[in-house]
Design a protein around this ligand. Structure first.
Ligand code: NAP
Length: 294
């Protein structure tokens, strides 16, 4: 059975994603919002949104950022405004699957009201864990760029031990850093110890920053506070990986003269091809499961 997929907007990661989706059997891909790319990109159909008959689509792939609160799409490869209003969603088939990186109230509501399946890819454990690899490599790149010492033998403090924190701690440790990890759950503290790393209960963070060279935050909550920053050595750096606005008191870090960087979307920056492949693999798997279920 053939399937029709529209990719509406997207960034550099989507070039690899599209390349892979194109190889699916009996699949037609339509691109919307890629008009700044070289004409005839990969010999795929490029259209304007109003030329697209969404009632025929089996799947829609939205950008990592999804839509804004009014349904506007962020397009890197087009200057045109693309708006997916509620009416647009209502015209989709009930069986359509809409993939997005993250969702918001507007997207989730549109999916609920129309009965379509919305899949926020970045919320999936598998995608988050695979993505944690380029994220950790990006953090390593920043540590190289922003310090004048090796990672080996330096004191690295990671806050948070979720999917990103775990990989970051692991990779910095593999490079020979002395890694400490701050977490709030007893289970995580036990696992951190088992990994041969220094486990610090989160409430003791500020007492343990005095000899830190690189502090890497992965907790999307304000936990790198004045107290934690106050005790950092003056040449320490903070790399905050948590989603906007991060978990660091950036204003206070600035006042103390400590370099603190909110490093967003590292997979798309350091490894767009890998990041695109991660998304494509998961989308392919979901579409195959759907086809088998029919
Ligand atoms: P995750 O698996 O949910 O882990 C989050 C960690 O933060 C867990 O250790 C969690 O502890 C802890 N945490 C959450 N809220 C907390 C709070 N209020 N107080 C104390 N600890 C708290 O998330 P993830 O996949 O690792 O992602 C972490 C962050 O990185 C997210 O903001 C994500 O958007 C961002 N991210 C950034 C990039 C980038 O390129 N910069 C790439 C990927 C992800 P518990 O387990 O005890 O709840």
């Amino acid at each position: 059975m053939s399937q029709l997929i529209a990719v509406i907007g997207g960034d550099a990661r989507y070039l690899e994603l599209i390349r892979q989706l194109k190889q699916l059997p009996d699949t037609t891909i339509i691109l919307v919002g890629f008009d700044k790319l070289e004409q005839g990109f990969m010999e795929l159909n490029e259209m304007e949104l109003d030329e697209l008959d969404q009632s025929k689509l089996d799947a829609v792939v939205l950008p990592i950022t999804g839509t804004d609160a009014k349904g506007n799409i962020e397009t890197v490869f087009s200057d045109k405004v693309i708006n997916l209003n509620k009416e647009w969603f209502h015209k989709l088939k009930k069986t359509s699957i809409v993939f997005t990186g993250i969702t918001n109230d507007y997207l989730s509501q549109s999916a609920n009201e129309t009965g379509i399946t919305l899949i926020p890819l970045l919320e999936r454990d598998d995608v988050a864990i695979y993505n944690s690899i380029p994220t950790a490599e990006g953090a390593i790149m920043m540590a190289f760029e922003q310090t004048d010492h090796t990672i080996h033998s330096s004191n690295v403090l990671v806050t948070g031990f979720g999917r990103v924190g775990n990989t970051v701690a692991n990779k910095f440790s593999a490079l020979g850093a002395n890694v400490s990890v701050c977490a709030r759950s007893i289970r995580d503290l036990a696992r951190i110890t088992e990994m041969g790393l220094r486990a610090i209960p989160l409430e003791k963070l500020s007492e343990n920053t005095h000899n830190c060279d690189v502090l890497i935050n992965t907790i999307p909550s304000p936990i790198v506070t004045k107290e934690a920053i106050q005790n950092l050595p003056v040449n320490a750096i903070i790399i905050d990986l948590a989603s906007k606005p991060g978990g660091t008191d950036f204003e206070f870090a600035d006042k103390r003269g400590i370099k603190a960087i909110l490093a967003r979307s590292l997979p798309g920056i350091v490894a767009p091809r890998t990041a695109g492949k991660i998304l494509a693999d998961v989308i392919t798997q979901i579409l195959e499961e759907e086809r088998e279920a029919l």
